[in-house]
Design a protein around this ligand. Structure first.
Ligand SMILES: [Zn+2]
Ligand SMILES: [Zn+2]
Length: 569
């Protein structure tokens, strides 16, 4: 009996010690300072996908955390009609969508209902979201889970998550057991007492991602945001709640919302009308008038970052034409122990500052950012991360077409198609009619539950294909859709391997020039690049990746040519 008591006491003492050493510093309460920005949370899952609670419950949690907007990002392909913006518990609720592409997840805000499923190649999803007027964010770009990593750095995506809670979990869990087990123990010990602080302390910001962001930002503004990726549940054996039957209700929505926020300065003051307030918020977000705050360290945050020269004044997110000496102004309510740092093109610029108002002379062009770190933050996410001020000549925003521009060389030989036939899965139907310069495809995809359905027009190419670089065509259809342009090569004289990319089609005839080097393998092909010399067929295919099951209609493909280098003459 005595031994049992002693053992229990020793265990209790060990637990108390564990809790004491694990407890993160209490969240510092700061003097609120109005910087014109509105605090909210982005990237939140509800029970419409793999989150635990309904939108009303989530909004109530956001209200308790003192937030004023929530961006719901339930998984989807954009074909569900989004709810209009509404106020719930006084919190502006925005119904956005997190789209799973073949190269990571893309959060789209302000999208109307998509006319066809948004998925497949991330480049295409970026293009579709932009065409439909949405604002797109590369979610958890640096996730340790390969499927979740962003794979379209050259595409003109609008924003990027520099901090994401799901990624941070995976980073900690993926380290050695000597790191992950003590981390897990300290979370378990500290979470019940200081949950936002515990969660905040886990948040990471990957230096490589920040470097890639700023590299891409040399070409165009890219808005930095943070994703709570809040589900209010975590799988016990797998992180993804959808992959497991056993889920813990942690971390709760309110804890997430008290840990990590995004502050956005709307384009006009909020009036209490959901639609106009949302437009003002989205305008501010598009402009990059936003910063990231880790509230579990200190709250409520305030940050103003501006730059001025002879040309004018710019706020974080803006582009300022270089003219004369440049001065950067930074104002925060950071605790004195926190360090303010200026970065130029991703490199530290000048010393650390500890004053509430900082003025930095910078007689140069560059992409300037500011972060504010708490003491002993090492590789954790800084307390605040600003958006950049781009001091450079303003240049027009590149479109997806610019990003993938290829033109057949003027010296190219143009080959045409020898003959056409239709091709489908057993359950779908297709008919082709040859036209003067191409083909007319009438298709009817099999309805669900048939899968991998496709219907296409196949053109047989004739002659030597060595040195062929790409194909050009004009295409139109009866309604907005995506059609896959593909080539099929023969491997050991068996026509079997395909490379493809999809193009947008509607009633307007659109001319496309597709480089073969830009095509991606359909499955595990023998080489990542198509062996053009063994090309046998070209194809235009409607499939159930890009169309809803049972879709039918007509596509007209014209002016089809294959552009081959002078070598193949
Ligand atoms: Zn995701
Ligand atoms: Zn998510």
């Amino acid at each position: 009996m005595k031994r049992v008591l002693l053992t229990t006491a020793a265990l209790a003492a060990a637990v108390v010690v564990l809790i004491i050493v694990s407890l993160p510093p209490r969240q510092q309460r700061l003097q609120p300072a109005d910087d014109g920005a509105i605090a909210g949370v982005m990237h939140v899952h509800t029970n419409r996908s793999d989150g635990r609670s309904d939108p009303d419950t989530v909004a109530a949690a956001a209200a308790r955390a003192g937030l004023r907007f929530v961006v719901f990002t339930d998984h989807g392909d954009g074909t569900r009609e989004p709810d209009p913006p509404t106020y719930r518990s006084g919190v502006l609720c925005i119904d956005a969508v997190e789209i799973s592409t073949d190269g990571g997840h893309y959060v789209a805000i302000g999208l109307p209902r998509a006319p066809y499923p948004l998925r497949g190649d991330p480049r295409d999803v970026v293009e579709d979201v932009a065409r439909m007027g949405g604002f797109g964010i590369a979610a958890h770009p640096d996730s340790p889970k390969r499927d979740l990593q962003w794979g379209a750095w050259a595409a003109p995506f609008d924003g990027i998550e520099l901090v994401n809670t799901d990624t941070s979990w995976r980073v900690h869990a993926g380290r050695s057991v000597f790191h992950s087990v003590p981390t897990l123990l300290s979370i378990v010990a500290a979470y019940p007492f200081r949950s936002p602080e515990t969660l905040s302390r886990l948040l990471t910001a990957n230096r490589t991602t920040i470097r890639r962001w700023l590299e891409a930002a040399q070409q165009r503004p890219i808005v930095a945001v943070a994703g709570a990726d809040a589900h209010a549940q975590i799988g016990l054996w797998e992180f993804d709640p959808i992959d497991t039957n056993v889920a813990l209700p942690l971390p709760g929505y309110e804890t997430s919302f008290r840990s990590l926020t995004v502050h956005v300065r709307p384009t006009q003051p909020w009036t209490g009308t959901a639609a106009t307030d949302f437009a003002a918020l989205l305008g501010g977000l598009r402009a990059g008038h936003a910063y990231i705050a880790i509230d579990g360290l200190a709250t409520p945050a305030s940050l103003t970052f501006t730059a001025r020269n002879e040309h004018g004044t710019a706020a974080a997110g803006d582009t300022l034409e270089p003219r004369g000496p440049l001065t950067l102004d930074i104002t925060t309510n950071a605790p004195p122990a926190f360090a303010i740092r200026v970065w130029k093109d991703g490199e530290p610029f000048g010393p650390e500052y500890h004053e509430p108002h900082v003025q930095v002379a910078a007689e140069s062009t560059g992409v300037f950012t500011v972060d504010v770190r708490g003491p002993d933050q090492d590789d954790r996410a800084p307390w605040l991360i600003s958006n950049p001020i781009y001091v450079r000549k303003a240049s027009p925003r590149p479109s997806s077409e610019d990003a993938a521009r290829w033109r057949p060389p003027s010296t190219a030989t143009l080959k045409t198609i020898a003959g056409w036939r239709a091709e489908t899965d057993p359950a779908s139907r297709a008919e082709t009619v040859s036209t003067a310069g191409g083909v007319q495809l009438d298709f009817s995809l099999a309805p669900a539950p048939a899968r991998m359905t496709h219907a296409g027009a196949v053109g047989v190419v004739a002659g030597a294909m060595k040195g062929c670089e790409g194909m050009t065509f004009t295409i139109r259809g009866e309604r907005p859709m995506r059609v896959v342009a593909a080539i099929r090569t023969s491997f050991r004289n068996v026509a079997e391997e395909q490379w493809h990319r999809s193009v947008y089609v509607d009633q307007e005839p659109r001319h496309y020039a597709v480089s073969f080097g830009d095509l991606t393998p359909v499955s595990a092909n023998h080489s990542p690049r198509p062996p053009v010399e063994s090309m046998a067929e070209v194809m235009w295919v409607v499939d159930d990746t890009h169309a809803i099951p049972g879709a039918s209609g007509r596509v007209l493909i014209d002016d089809v040519t294959i552009a081959c280098g002078p070598a193949s003459r």
